[in-house]
Design a protein around this ligand. Sequence first.
Ligand SMILES: [Ca+2]
Length: 527
Amino acid sequence: MTTALVTTTTAISLAQTIVSQSPEISTSANQVPTTLNSGAGSIESRSSKASSDDKQAAPGLDTANRSPHVVLILADDLGYGDIQPLNSSSSIPTPNFNRLARQGLSFTDAHTPSSVCTPTRYGLLTGRYCWRTSLKSGVLNGYGEPLIDADRFTLARLMKSAGYRTNVIGKWHLGLGFKRVDSEIDLSQPLEFHPGHVGFDHSLVIPASLDFPPYVYFEDGLATNHELEDQSAVPFPAFTRQGPRAIDFEPRNCLDHLTDKTLEIIRDMKNHDAPTFIYFPLTAPHKPVLPNALFSGSSEFGPYGDFIRQVDHTIGRVIETLEQQKQLDNTILIVTSDNGSFMKRIPTDSTDHIMDSSVQGYHLENHKANGSWRGTKADIWEAGHRVPFFVRLPNKRHAGSRITQVIGLIDIMATLADFLEVQIPETTAQDSYSFANLLRSPNHIHQRPPLICHSSAGMFAIRSGPWKLIAGNGSGGREQPKGNAFEEPWILVNLETDPTESKNVAEAHPEIFVQLKSQLLEIKGND
Ligand SMILES: [Ca+2]
């Protein structure tokens, strides 16, 4: 097959379909709800209220005439327990994450807005919960229609308004505008919608997760190669769906290729007056689990353990290249993940991933991909959405700080706006709240308005202080019982006293239950 035409009728029908994942928290500034008490201090507004002293201490802004570069790395399905700074019992070496934690700020209570890929990315790039869009559950596939409206104010547009050159290199998974003729998609034609339409000056992306066709790179809206052949389906761990693949697209090389392209942009930073923004959404350790030759067999924890080492190495390559280019201390580096790991904890009397790499689970004593948190990817339980989150500031400011206060990935937009002193237009990014004061002063009391998390099946949870109310009666994802959204009994837990979410205390704390329920419904509104 050497045609750019995707003739499968399923391509079209899939494009209209929200994929239900296979084994695999605001309000506007004018509507800040009251929070349940979790400490002293008043509720944060959209922009942190920095004192004049704090403003003077803003890293990066006071050391150069221009703003620092910003590199935002979003791993795909990297679990809280996959890396040693957050899981000291892990035997999978992660020296680069360890360095990141030593030189930066580690957040231990950071949450994705969703426990699956597409909705988290929507929230990250818009500051708006994805469930406010037409996508109420699941994710898009590789042919999904664009989810971000072309006129929406995005993180990329925010950075452009602050004078940045904006780049995205990696996994898009927010829908591309393929040229369609009757029942066919013509990959040789320019995309009718791509990251360039929402504020990115430069883009090199694959359409969705690395297990979704079409397996094609698109650079600035054009396929880099549209001569296609058929990729056959492959079982886990190299899990790949059948579909068209460009003849030079090699899934095992994808992460390294995207990293190479990111490093090219870093090496080019010094050639421009304007600062550089790079959004680098990785393809790993999401399936297909395909560690490269350097790491294959290196971890003693199967292909997944090897792949975690490669993800760590990827972070290291970015840090080292910034350092070689003498840009590391003029860069804000953010590293996080879009949801928890798909690797489950399985009973010790069953076969685990080390014994048989086709198993998507580990024995507790071998590896806790999601740390001690309950559940797995896609769940409303903590393992679904509590993720690694690190910020390395210029000149290693606040190196080694560990922050236990609640933040969300959805807050990155308001935080960067606050930090860079640029405005977000009113009525946009309404779910994003700045935590810039924590970057200025890690001991600051940051009392965010209640945060909403959402599961793959559309289950809501609201988090305020130590309290978490799940608006449903199960995981809303993969762990049994899955339950149903909004079906009773709803589950109230206190994460301070019950971090594994083992006890529903709704009856013991009716006043908290009522208040959180009211706040959830107010934030949700009619969306
Ligand atoms: Ca993901």
